[in-house]
Design a protein around this ligand. Structure first.
Ligand SMILES: [Zn+2]
Length: 249
């Protein structure tokens, strides 16, 4: 069974407390730590800090790793973050698991299957999607939307402006919007729409999935410049002569 989220947070919190004994640098509480499994292409984990919050993504190949391996991994990642040397025992526990034949095989498979699903970055040339997300979350959701991975698309897709992938907990926004020609409130609207997909999960009715329920649509109208955003969408559609819409797939 995969470790519970609270358990994961505890493990990371403990790693911070043990590795940062002086407590001078960073000792985040449980509520400031976010840990998620993520379907990276290979064996890969990330840890980062943003405004005092710690965001951790672990390779989902570790979902069934034994508790001591998760603990070792937490120590390695936190040590990396604090620029400390990781304890050699933890290093050994991690490596024994990560370089086992089973895991290497799973990792190779994942790389083949997922190789093309590339996460680029939330920071575009013009707009920072992470910042916009935080602002929208405060303004419209009381900060209650759990942050997914947010990224600009690799290509400048014009047929789909936004996409929420509930399996990988990812929001992708078309790079075509990362432009001075696009007002910030329109990028906000597209991201807001995708955030609503997190708040209103798809409903299964008679074997069909409904993404834009009436509750979803009503909620969407809370967007301050909703009318303007709709007009902009229309213009984009007319200008390009094909269907352009924000949607979830
Ligand atoms: Zn949608």
């Amino acid at each position: 069974m995969a470790p519970s989220n609270l358990h994961l947070k505890r493990v990371f919190s403990e790693a911070f407390h043990q590795l940062d004994r002086n407590g001078k640098r960073l000792r985040p509480g449980l509520s400031s730590i976010e840990v998620k499994f993520y379907p990276y292409a290979g064996l890969h984990h990330t840890i980062r800090i943003r405004s005092g919050r710690v965001f951790v993504r672990l390779s989902d190949l570790f979902q069934k790793a034994p508790p001591e391996v998760i603990r070792a991994l937490a120590f390695l990642l936190v040590a990396r973050l604090l620029s400390r040397k990781a304890p050699s025992t933890e290093e050994k526990i991690y490596r024994t698991f990560a370089f086992s034949p089973e895991l290497q095989r799973a990792s190779d498979l994942a790389r083949k299957r997922r190789g093309r699903k590339v996460i680029s970055s939330a920071q575009g040339k013009i707009y920072d999607l992470d910042k916009i997300f935080d602002r929208l979350n405060r303004r419209y959701f009381d900060g209650q939307i759990e942050k997914p991975t947010i990224t600009w698309s690799q290509r400048r897709a014009r047929s789909i402006l936004g996409h929420h992938d509930s399996v990988h907990e990812t929001i992708t926004i078309s790079k075509a919007l990362d432009s001075r020609d696009v007002p910030e409130w329109f990028v906000e609207y597209i991201l807001f729409h995708e955030m609503l997909h997190i708040k209103h999960p798809a409903r299964l009715i008679n074997g069909r999935r409904y993404y834009h329920t009436s509750a979803f649509r009503a909620d969407e109208q809370r967007f301050q410049r909703y009318e303007q955003a709709q007009e902009w969408l229309e213009r984009v559609i007319r200008r390009r002569g094909r269907e352009v819409r924000a949607r979830a797939a």
